[in-house]
Design a protein around this ligand. Sequence first.
Ligand code: ADP
Ligand code: MG
Length: 237
Amino acid sequence: MSANAISADDFLKIMKNTLEVMEANEEYLAKLDADIGDADHGANMVRGFKLVKERLTSLENPDVGKIFNTTGMALMETVGGAAGPLYGQMFVKAGRLAKEKMEVKKRDLADMWEAGLKGVQDIGGGATPGGKTMVDVLDPAVKVLKESANNDGITLMQTLKKIREVAKESAKRTIPMLAEWGRASYLGERSKGHQDPGATSSYLILRTILDTLNGEVGVKIAKYAESDGGILEEAYL
Ligand code: ADP
Ligand code: MG
């Protein structure tokens, strides 16, 4: 990695580390989904990223677009439930803006994730922030990327650190929300008081970019609140 770009090689590592992170947090994501859904979110993410890793391993010198497209297609294929098609769209749509690029910079990332978020909203029926979904984390992350793309004073690494902070805070902010989308919405008022699983996996995906660039595999939520699933302690794998 150069200081101001993320290379295709970096993204191969990021996607593989995302599998490690999903495996390490499978139980936690299952608990979050058990509270307001059907408890399969952890297993869904692990199954998806296993196939992602397998598919990426067989590519020869792929560009960033190819890596994202392969990731998205694998997620759509394997992950049952809502999250597969949603994350699948995110990566496929983002990848279209990285065709033939062997590295991407802040501006590219901002454009990619903006398109990815739009993909999620298009296929999911149009969730906006406040509805207790992954959009509650993805939307503020895109805002950070766009702000930083327009500001030469902020480095890529500073941007990714800011995303880590904002994404974690945004996942936590889903706790009191009423779920308006997906399975959790069937619970009505009873969906309040729990952190959204998809918002949480989005936080994990986004921060794994930074963690990987920093030479870490990724993070494990070492301790969480039984009551609302809020994150209490994190540790590196
Ligand atoms: P399922 O709900 O089908 O069991 P998962 O458990 O894998 O699928 O994923 C649930 C997560 O998907 C939720 O926590 C939420 O963040 C996200 N989600 C569900 N429906 C939507 C939607 N329409 N738009 C955006 N995100 C959604
Ligand atoms: Mg579920």
